[in-house]
Design a protein around this ligand. Structure first.
Ligand SMILES: Cc1cc2nc3c(=O)[nH]c(=O)nc-3n(C[C@H](O)[C@H](O)[C@H](O)COP(=O)(O)OP(=O)(O)OC[C@H]3O[C@@H](n4cnc5c(N)ncnc54)[C@H](O)[C@@H]3O)c2cc1C
Length: 811
């Protein structure tokens, strides 16, 4: 065993072996993998081996596509067969909503270059003759689906890595990890210690335990999962003989079942409602190459539906029932990347679909370790998308919810209930009492909209405009014509202090830093010149700055900020998190309201647009930004939690004579659309440059050095290849949701990032990216946007429909 190496990968499941292989593929040969038993001793050996490319997140889809393409390469390098069966597969819809879902999936696939096709049930039956047509109304065909041998595939990764120079130590258990003062790791195993520059936790079923060895609690939980294998079936043999083809893979949403041919029989699995976590607190170390006791009763409701939908199964003998555990994160996507606060400690765990995702996880993690950047937009898989609030008990509830909803539709206006309310602000009960429908914003209950008196405060979930439409319209109109108030505690807030704070921020951000009492907006770039943040920065004093951004990205951003902090302790950065609450008032009467309760002069001369002040509001010490994401005259007011209730009540009282009204996040997002403002994670993501994203005015190429400057300069000089644009859409009863294709003539030329109905201007609006040569084409109806399978006319607009001269913010 080596005593020193560049990387120790812990875990010889499909994920660890993929990470090892990709490290060698990218040129790092001095790397090792440590496995406590034989390879595939966790969940990998008993997987059903299915793979597919579709995922709710298009960026994850792309990486799944990479994984599937990789298998041929692996077989060639390793000489080890993965037993690939590229059969193709269908998703079967049983309701109109599920057909809408398939249309959306197909549309999403268009701009990813996926060859998905909506087919009739009888066409599906030709490829899968054992289905009973009467239960279904349509299907989506994906040619890039199939199954493989999980053990062979894991060994193919391992062999290819070894051929490239990696070493694998089996029967070697990592028991402890100790960071050295230089930042390397002593990985202490039962066979000796290896000093490594980096460690990767790919511990699968034991990922939590490998996390605890370094003092972190990863939000992963294993669930029991069952599938059964039938004896040989005459219907299968007959189809094989008649067509020379295998039966395809089938996903039956109504039955919550997946099924495919295995040998001359069938394999059938389900994500049952009556699901069960496995070893919720701690995974036993003596669990080896073994299965759990089958429990057919638990899956019998789903099996009954399956036997109706696929009647031939009723006569098939059951050869074997597999029940095995595998791990999930709360949202079902992997946890990948460097862990904030730990130098050179990486995770690649919570991978619930190792044979669809393992390749992409390995590639991006290897890129990240070697180049400092994953090379793809992997926000959907980044371990930083969870904070400390994702506790063991919360994870347990969310994972069960996610498991049991695996084959359910998540509507765009659907908030999932498990584990909520989790974090609440002092206004929670007050908001509920006023009819608030709450949403989960990074674990925090946040008002989405307010049901008028007499109406039930709940969302009717839908792909189309729903029961919130009129109420949100009223909230938007209240702001645009008078004044509204909303809670913004869910923004991320940071405090940066120290003599070097300005230089530090100026090196991280593209804009120049503000003078004392002023605010700037600024993107943040990575070295490749891509957007990794979008902030509002206020300067309170020479050495004190406050910064505001997306709460979901708080850990992601802190990881970056801390990485670039100087070692001498001269600068401190703190994520304030829920240490501050926030309220925003906006609309032409906002100043009248603030004037009544503010301790300072807030006239337009004394307190200008983009000013920052520390002042008393309703006697409470507050920090106030004169800025509003509504694009209207407005203020963001920040205070510690003990003052929030009384500040809110004072503002409501002061606003009563001006008709102040609560508004929620949905109205806020609708109002920003009519200003063409983008949002983090939709319009602004690490695949876009600042000029593409139309943020060029916040990039000061001529100032001091900043991260991404050279790449940004190149983007500016060469001109962006694509551009963020806004459209007015000729929508009917459904607005865009995001990820729809943009058509020009008969080609898909771009994609939608977000949109919705803008109630003040009374138009359906959308934002998205198109190749830059299209960005000036404002011809009436020159584009089409595919909404729920229908191509709706769309007209590109270059100026915002509300207040194009930006006078309202400055009034
Ligand atoms: C019944 C069932 C059906 C499934 N079907 C599919 C499917 O059809 N398609 C699909 O893509 N996925 C499927 N999966 C999921 C798939 O199995 C997982 O996504 C995959 O196995 C995850 O691999 P991993 O490498 O992350 O974890 P694991 O396979 O659990 O590997 C982790 C490895 O790390 C080792 N290890 C842990 N701690 C240490 C330590 N301290 N020192 C040394 N070694 C350590 C373990 O021994 C183990 O070998 C299924 C799972 C089950 C249970």
């Amino acid at each position: 065993m080596k005593s020193h190496t560049q990387v120790v990968v812990i875990g010889g499941g499909v994920v660890g072996c993929s990470v090892l292989y990709h490290l060698t593929k990218l040129g790092w040969k001095d790397v090792v993998l440590v496995e406590r038993s034989e390879l595939t001793s966790g969940s990998s050996w008993h997987a059903a081996g299915g793979f597919h490319t579709l995922n709710g997140d298009p960026n994850v889809s792309q990486l799944q596509s990479y994984t599937v393409d990789l298998y041929k390469e692996l077989e060639e390098i390793s000489g080890q067969s993965c037993s690939l069966h590229l059969t193709g597969g269908v998703m079967l819809a049983d309701t109109p909503e599920r057909m809408d879902f398939l249309r959306l999936a197909q549309a999403k696939g268009r701009y990813l270059g996926m060859d998905l096709e909506l087919i009739s049930v009888s066409e599906a039956k030709k490829m899968f003759p054992i289905l009973d047509e009467k239960y279904f109304i349509g299907a989506l065909w994906d040619p890039i689906e199939g199954h493989l041998d999980p053990s062979g595939t894991t060994h193919a990764y391992a062999k290819a890595a070894r051929i490239n120079g990696a070493e694998i130590y089996r029967h070697t258990k990592v028991e402890e990890m100790v960071q050295t003062p230089e930042g390397t790791w002593d990985v202490i195993t039962d066979k000796g210690t290896i000093r490594a520059e980096h460690v990767v936790n790919a511990g699968g079923l034991w990922a939590r335990e490998c996390g605890r060895m370094v003092g972190i609690e990863l939000p992963v939980l294993a669930m029991e999962h069952m599938y059964l294998l039938t004896d040989e079936m005459p219907e299968v043999v007959a189809h094989n003989e008649a067509t020379g083809k295998e039966l395809i893979g089938v996903l039956d949403f109504g039955g919550e079942i997946y099924t495919r041919q295995e040998g001359k029989g069938m394999l059938l699995g389900t994500y049952e409602q009556n699901c069960r976590p496995w070893s919720p607190k701690e995974t036993p170390w003596d669990f080896g190459h073994e299965l759990l006791a089958p429990d057919l009763d638990r899956i019998s409701p789903e099996l009954e539906v399956g036997f109706e939908h696929f009647p031939a199964l009723q006569n098939a003998g059951i050869k074997q029932i597999i029940n095995g555990p595998f791990t999930f994160a709360p949202d079902g996507n992997p946890l990948v990347g460097p862990v904030r606060g730990l130098k050179n400690y990486w995770v690649a765990c919570g991978v619930m679909a190792g044979f669809s995702q393992g390749g992409g996880v390995g590639l991006t993690l290897a890129n990240w370790i070697i180049d400092g950047d994953p090379g793809y937009d992997i926000w959907g898989m980044d371990v930083a998308r969870y904070g400390d609030w994702a506790t063991l008990a919360y994870t347990n509830k969310k994972v069960q919810e996610n498991y049991s909803r695996r084959f359910r539709i998540r509507f765009p206006n659907e908030e999932l209930p498990a584990g909520r309310p989790h974090q609440t602000t002092p206004l929670y009960d007050k908001m509920l009492a006023q009819g608030a429908i709450m949403g989960d914003s990074w674990g925090l209950e946040t008002p989405l909209w307010f049901a008028p008196d007499g109406e039930t405060a709940e969302d009717v979930v839908s792909f189309r405009r729903s029961n919130d439409f009129d109420a949100i319209g009223a909230e938007c109109r209240a702001v645009r014509t008078g004044v509204g108030i909303t809670e913004i505690a869910n923004f991320a807030k940071y405090k940066i202090t120290g003599a070097g704070a300005e230089d530090y921020l100026s090196y991280l951000m593209t804009n120049t830093m503000p003078k004392v009492g002023r605010i700037v907006l600024t993107p943040m770039l990575n070295e490749a010149g891509k957007l990794i943040g979008d902030f509002t920065i206020a300067r309170a004093s020479d050495e004190t700055f406050y910064m505001f951004g997306s709460s979901q990205a708080e850990v992601y951003h802190m990881r970056w900020f801390e990485k670039h902090l100087p070692d001498d302790g001269s600068i401190a950065i703190e994520a304030i998190n829920l240490g501050w609450m926030g309220l925003s008032i906006a609309g032409p009467k906002a100043r009248d309201v603030l004037t009544k309760v503010a301790g300072d002069d807030v006239s337009n001369d004394a307190f200008r647009f983009m000013d920052f002040r520390e002042m008393d509001v309703a006697n409470a010490p507050c920090k106030v930004n004169r800025i509003s994401y509504t694009g209207d005259l407005g203020y963001e007011i920040w205070m510690t939690p003990e003052y929030e209730r009384q500040v809110y009540m004072a503002l409501m009282e002061a606003g009563a004579e001006f008709g102040i009204q609560n508004f929620g996040m949905r109205a806020l997002l609708a109002m920003r659309l009519e200003k063409n403002f983008g949002t983090w994670f939709r319009e602004f993501r690490p695949i876009y440059g600042p000029f593409e994203a139309d943020l060029g005015r916040f990039v000061k190429l001529g100032k001091n050095n900043f991260i991404g400057q050279e790449a940004a300069r190149r983007e500016y000089e060469d001109g962006p290849k694509r551009s963020r644009v806004s459209f007015v859409v000729d929508a009917l009863d459904a607005d865009v949701m995001g990820d729809e294709p943009i058509w020009h003539e008969n080609d898909v030329i771009g994609w939608i990032t977000s949109g919705g109905y803008a109630h003040h201007v009374e138009r359906s609006l959308a934002q998205g990216y198109v190749p830059s040569e299209f960005a000036g084409n404002t011809d009436d109806g020159a584009f089409e946007i595919e909404i729920l399978g229908e191509r709706r006319k769309a007209t590109l607009i270059t100026d915002p429909l509300f207040d194009p001269k930006a006078e309202r913010m400055r009034m």
